[in-house]
Design a protein around this ligand. Structure first.
Ligand SMILES: Cc1cc2nc3c(=O)[nH]c(=O)nc-3n(C[C@H](O)[C@H](O)[C@H](O)COP(=O)(O)OP(=O)(O)OC[C@H]3O[C@@H](n4cnc5c(N)ncnc54)[C@H](O)[C@@H]3O)c2cc1C
Ligand code: SF4
Length: 324
């Protein structure tokens, strides 16, 4: 493990200034970063501890929800306003990791957790994400858990998060602060496709800090749900997951938002499914037909082709549950 210094900033500005120095990373709950540091996947020389900053609030009102970046996953999942107004978010968080990890981990850190690709997490293997240009052994190797959407010839690793998938159907917006001021970024624009630079995973600039996440209130948010399919019932990453939010007018679907996890190199919205639902009666045949379109453009391998079938089944089950 690389030795590092720990900086404890007294305010956001000094945190951003410290984190703008080379070989520096923020540390929040530490549940991903410390493991990566112990395994020499991440080798920062300075960590900027976010813990002293007053950024852990959860603010819910009639117009929306604002999560400060250090809000703990467990606190957000259990918040009564989240459970009732944004159930897909609560469900996705409760399906993540374990209670102990959720008590430590923050929502800001969750958005930046790194892939669980076994080659990435083992320095004994080449990996374009870890060492650009070194190769991708997963493409012709053990890739049962890898992505089928958004893949490139350089990387097929999935984004492993659950919460971001839920946020995709809630139109969440991230609030960022950096050396040049603040900006807002839609969750769908935050993660990048791997293309030929899989080591660049988000649009964050050096030293930029996530300060909060804003999520509007809506009828669709209130009628939403998350389904996660995994190899064991708890403490496991998604093989496939589906997030659904429906705005219904009686028995008709006025608008739909559908996203998937476990299948994409980033949290993946499914516009082909949404289009097939919009303005249609929420009958079994409509849901079946729409779910059957999920995964347009998928590129599978012999080991992970099952994910396309599983994705469609998971989307159908999530649609049935939320529409009922
Ligand atoms: C055994 C295990 C099982 C897990 N299972 C799941 C699962 O099923 N589903 C799931 O979604 N996740 C799962 N996780 C991942 C877990 O949710 C993440 O480790 C956690 O959310 C990361 O949050 P953290 O606060 O600990 O981040 P840290 O580990 O502290 O940081 C992670 C990264 O985010 C950066 N960072 C943190 N906060 C900010 C900020 N505000 N602004 C800018 N950068 C920031 C850090 O620099 C670092 O690069 C699992 C983890 C483990 C160890
Ligand atoms: S899939 Fe991506 S993370 Fe995994 S070995 Fe290939 S380049 Fe590395």
């Amino acid at each position: 493990m690389q030795a590092f210094t720990l900086t404890q900033p007294s305010n956001i500005q000094s945190a951003v200034a410290a984190a703008s120095e080379p070989q520096t990373k923020y540390i929040a709950g530490g549940t991903d970063l410390l493991q990566l540091a112990k395994d020499d996947i991440e080798t920062p020389r300075q960590l900027v501890d976010l813990e002293p900053l007053p950024m852990s609030g959860i603010h819910a009102g009639p117009n929306g929800l604002r999560l400060e970046a250090l809000a703990r996953m467990s606190d957000v999942a259990a918040h009564p306003a989240v459970v009732h107004g944004w159930p897909v978010l609560s469900q996705a968080l409760l399906a993540s990791a374990s209670p102990q990890i959720r008590n430590m981990a923050t929502v800001g850190g969750n958005l930046l957790q790194r892939t669980r690709c076994g080659y990435f997490r083992d320095t004994g293997f080449a990996c374009n994400k870890r060492v650009p240009g070194s190769g991708c052994p997963a493409i012709n190797g053990e890739n049962r858990m890898h992505a089928i959407l958004g893949v490139s010839d350089h990387c097929i690793a999935t984004n492993p998060g659950d919460m971001a998938v839920a946020m995709m159907v809630l139109d969440a917006e991230l609030e960022l602060i950096g050396r040049n001021g603040t900006r807002k970024v839609a969750i769908g624009d935050f993660h990048r496709l791997p293309a030929d630079t899989p080591h660049i995973e988000t649009i964050l600039r050096p030293g930029e800090l996530i300060t909060g996440i804003a999520i509007p209130a809506s009828a669709a948010a209130r009628r939403s749900g998350y389904l996660k399919v995994r190899d064991r019932a708890s403490f496991e990453f998604a093989v496939v997951s589906a997030a659904v939010a429906l705005d219904m007018d009686g028995g008709t679907i006025r608008s739909a938002r559908v996203a998937a996890g476990g299948v994409g190199t980033k949290p993946w919205r499914l516009p082909e499914v949404e289009a097939a639902l919009t303005g249609k009666p929420a009958r079994a045949a409509t849901l079946q037909e729409a779910a059957g379109r999920a995964g347009e453009g998928a590129k599978t391998t012999a080991m992970n082709a099952f994910k396309l079938v599983l994705l469609r089944r998971a989307v159908l089950r999530a649609l049935q549950t939320v529409a009922a």
